[in-house]
Write a protein that binds this ligand. Sequence first.
Ligand SMILES: [Zn+2]
Length: 310
Amino acid sequence: MVGYADGHCDTIVRLWEKNQELFSNDGHIDIVRLNKFSAPLQFFAIWLDSKYHPISMRQAMKYIEFYYSQLQKNSRVIGHINSFTDVIKNRLENKISALLALEGGEALEGEISAIHTYYRLGVRSITLTWNHRNRLADGVAEEESRGGLTRFGRQVIEEMEELGMLVDVSHLSESGFSDVVKFAKKPFIASHSNARAICDMPRNLKDNQLLKIAEKGGVVGLNLYSPFIVKYGQGGIDDILSHIQHMLSVMGEDFIALGTDFDGIHSTPKEISGVQDMDLLFISIENEFGKVVAEKIFSENLLRVLKEVL
Ligand SMILES: [Zn+2]
């Protein structure tokens, strides 16, 4: 069986909205289908729609409660991880590993001590911004401002690194990205972004950004949202391979991971309609670039970063 580690999905928010179950549902990800892989690791992001921004923390609490209630219901087959040791423990017990992440620093509501509270609640990764401006930094949709990290944003990164949380730069503006490169002392990730040289979208990363992440020892997670893979049409596995090919040429094989964005996207590559089809991507990567590269992309690279940072 193939190892699997996915750095981003929106499953928790989707299930909460639709009142569905993590064990089995009609979205992209559930426990039944994750178990197709060996010792899978899934990041579960809590994304806060702008309508919740005045009450970001309150809404985040609802999602976190829902996350843990779903894990509790399925505690024989899935376990929350706080550290890399927990990943190993879950693997030995044949359980799926679940990592809790926040997508958007709005959830802090400008309160630095909230970082510690979220850490205690088991959050181990924070995407600093979504597309827009928040108290930490500007997102990609604010590019004209040339705004980067605020003082608060820098403070957040410092606290996160001190505690052992992953800093995630997906959705961040270019200036914000450069600031993170300047201030981050540990590897950081772009959990769900592709190569801009292959698909020219603001959410994808330029070559110099890919290189910086590699130099810092982080990873870039391949996003399966069609518009981030190909400029026109739905795209397919071949198009994902083009991104991988390019990323390999810029970064080498140790810095590419998965960041599917499953359950947060409405269009996926034609051969992949959920996690159950991801073995097709593995086989294609294996055929094109070899087994070692496929295993690194599918799990080993992200696990290395978790081991180093958490
Ligand atoms: Zn996102």
